[in-house]
Design a protein around this ligand. Structure first.
Ligand SMILES: Cc1cc2nc3c(=O)[nH]c(=O)nc-3n(C[C@H](O)[C@H](O)[C@H](O)COP(=O)(O)O)c2cc1C
Length: 201
């Protein structure tokens, strides 16, 4: 039996997929981009963990519409370019000195907007999967209320044609390379090691 030792990790980022959340900044009608890694789905509802002092949180409380854009490995450099920025003009105290305000993360990251079909925030054209969604509820993530869980219901899903198994709604698993955030390092998923009894292909 393997022995264990008690450790005190500073973060619990053991590995979750990255999403680039796009939300509407009501003041000027622009779309802000927020990288997150606290994102998972059950059926057609996403749970997104979003810091209360982010521009994304403010935007969602004013306009509960968003796009969950899923990047692939080709976009890691672009994600890192926008990573030390916030769309918030008043930078929260804990970010001061480490983050700067950036009103146009599209230009900074080299991302291209594409109009959404059911929600107001734009989609990110370069992301192979773009999920339009509506925030149905907000709940506190932690007892200090520093972050919230956004319960986002999927409205419409777009995928790059090259990823779709022809004439189906299936993603081609040989082509799909989501990016994972593991202890602040970026990874792509490795080789398949098994298949669930409910898999459809
Ligand atoms: C790869 C990555 C993953 C992140 N995951 C999260 C997350 O899950 N939730 C969150 O609130 N912030 C997360 N952040 C930090 C936000 O992106 C950061 O606070 C950003 O400044 C927010 O932008 P905004 O204020 O314009 O919304 C992550 C950043 C990176 C680069």
């Amino acid at each position: 039996m393997d022995t264990t030792t008690t450790i005190s990790p500073s973060v619990f980022y053991f590995g979750t997929p990255i999403a680039l959340i796009t939300t509407l900044t009501a003041e000027d009608g622009s779309t802000n981009i927020t990288p997150i890694s606290s994102a998972w789905a059950l059926d057609r509802t996403y749970a997104l963990g979003i810091s209360r002092d982010s521009q994304a949180a403010r935007n969602l409380e004013q306009c509960p519409e968003l796009v969950i854009n899923l990047p692939d490995a080709s976009l890691v450099d672009a994600i890192e370019r926008i990573a030390p920025t916030t769309g918030a003009a008043d930078i929260p105290p804990y970010k001061q000195g480490r983050y700067r305000h950036e009103a146009d993360k599209w230009r900074l990251g080299g991302f291209s907007p594409r109009p959404s079909e059911s929600v107001r925030p734009a989609r990110i054209a370069q992301c192979p999967v773009q999920i339009e969604a509506r925030a149905a509820r907000f709940t506190s993530l932690s007892s200090d209320d520093a972050a919230m869980i956004v319960h986002a219901e999927v409205v419409r899903t777009h995928a790059h044609d090259a990823l779709i198994v022809p004439r189906t709604s299936h993603i081609d698993l040989d082509r799909w390379r989501p990016v994972y955030y593991t202890f602040r390092h970026y990874f792509v998923q490795g080789e398949p090691v098994g298949v669930n009894f409910r898999a459809e292909q």
